[in-house]
Design a protein around this ligand. Structure first.
Ligand code: ATP
Ligand code: LTN
Length: 339
């Protein structure tokens, strides 16, 4: 549209959204909004690849929409929608499943680590990256802004697109992952060697985007550091905790790396934690306040998501028809409105 790059990204409504989601994904979605043609999808079909409580899932889907809007996703500039509202996603996923070698899915590192945590593993968890490929390819997206943990899934999407184009002729745009240098991998505050995750321990691990200031003080006050004193950016494994706090400070304050290091010269870890806590509380405050307002009006949220779904369908439906045509399905006649 208008020659602007098309962007598509997704987020699971699978729990408490945290500053890893914000710094790795949402913040760059918001910052890129003006220059791009944007589609942001709340991926409920992905969320059920692991067990979810139905009432919780419904609540978290609206909460996720409210957080994205509160963080600055503007429905006038971006299409915000729920994945299950656009059935083309499930249809395209099935067709792409039939084209994707099992071995490609079995070697996905996120599948291997998530499967290791489950008593029984659903085939949906294995197919997860194919559904993600369907999300992206249906919209002819050029760019997929994500955190570092999704790099392998976007690579797989590219492989699926290239394979399809090779077999059936040019049809899919081959997208690229857009991963920021800073903030692409925010680490757990209780364990700076593990990625901050929605499924981590309930307290001490992640700062939620809409956490109350006291909870943020609790989490950051207990953040694991090390026994040294140096406050500098570093890739050394033993400095992972301090490096993580500095990264969070840098992104939340908007300062440059040399400015941040100068700021903490000669100061101790206690000062560092206090400064990070303050900047995180102040940066998240307007988001938390706006979120609380939006959650008071669930009907408005639902209306907005319905508009988003209609905009998404306008692209996804013709694309999935084209896909069916390419693989050899007889397309329904126009009088059949059930498809
Ligand atoms: P889970 O840990 O439960 O699998 P998640 O926290 O990874 O979930 P998703 O909804 O799967 O959350 O991810 C949404 C976006 O947030 C993706 O672009 C993902 O790469 C990014 N993201 C998730 N965790 C981090 C993190 N710790 N640092 C940076 N980006 C992250
Ligand atoms: N798997 C992604 C969420 C996701 C996504 C997408 C991201 C689903 N579909 C399409 C980018 C594009 C994750 O962050 N765990």
């Amino acid at each position: 549209m208008n020659g602007r790059p098309r962007v598509l990204s997704g987020i699971q409504p699978s729990g408490r959204l945290h500053i890893g989601n914000y710094l790795g994904a949402i913040q760059q979605w918001v910052l890129g909004q003006d220059a791009k043609d944007n589609f942001f999808c709340i991926v409920d079909l992905h969320a059920i690849t692991v067990p979810q409580d139905p009432d919780q899932l419904r609540l978290q889907t609206r909460q996720t929409a409210a957080i994205l809007l509160a963080a600055g996703i503007d429905p006038k500039k971006s299409t915000l929608f729920v994945q299950s509202h656009v059935r083309a996603h499930a249809e395209a996923c099935w067709i792409l499943n039939c084209l994707t070698p099992l071995g490609w899915l079995e070697r996905m590192t996120q599948y291997k680590s998530k499967a290791a945590n489950q008593e029984t593993v659903s085939t949906g968890l294995l197919n997860y990256p194919v559904l993600m490929a369907a999300d992206i390819l249906l919209y002819d997206a050029d760019e997929v802004p994500v955190g570092d943990d999704q790099r392998q899934h976007v690579e797989l999407t590219r492989d699926i697109a290239v394979r399809f184009n090779h077999i059936y002729g040019d049809f899919f745009v081959v997208p690229k992952a857009v991963i920021r240098e800073e903030g692409a991998r925010v680490m757990g505050l209780d364990d700076p060697n593990a990625k901050m995750s929605k499924s981590g321990p309930a307290r001490g691990h992640a700062v939620g985007i809409v956490d109350e200031p006291d909870e943020i003080r609790y989490t950051l006050g207990r953040a694991v550091t090390d026994s040294g004193r140096e406050i500098q950016f570093s890739s050394a494994p033993e400095k992972a905790g301090v490096n993580n706090l500095l990264q969070i400070y840098l992104l939340m304050s908007g300062k440059s790396a040399p400015e941040v290091e100068r700021n903490f010269e000669g100061r101790g870890y206690g000062d560092l934690k206090k400064a990070v806590t303050e900047v995180v509380i102040e940066s998240l405050r307007p988001i938390r306040e706006r979120y609380a307002q939006l959650m008071q009006e669930p009907d408005d949220l639902d209306r907005l998501l319905a508009t988003g779904a209609a905009q998404a369908r306008a692209l996804a439906e013709p694309k999935v028809l084209g896909l069916k045509e390419r693989v050899g399905f007889v397309l329904p006649t126009t009088s059949d409105t059930s498809t």
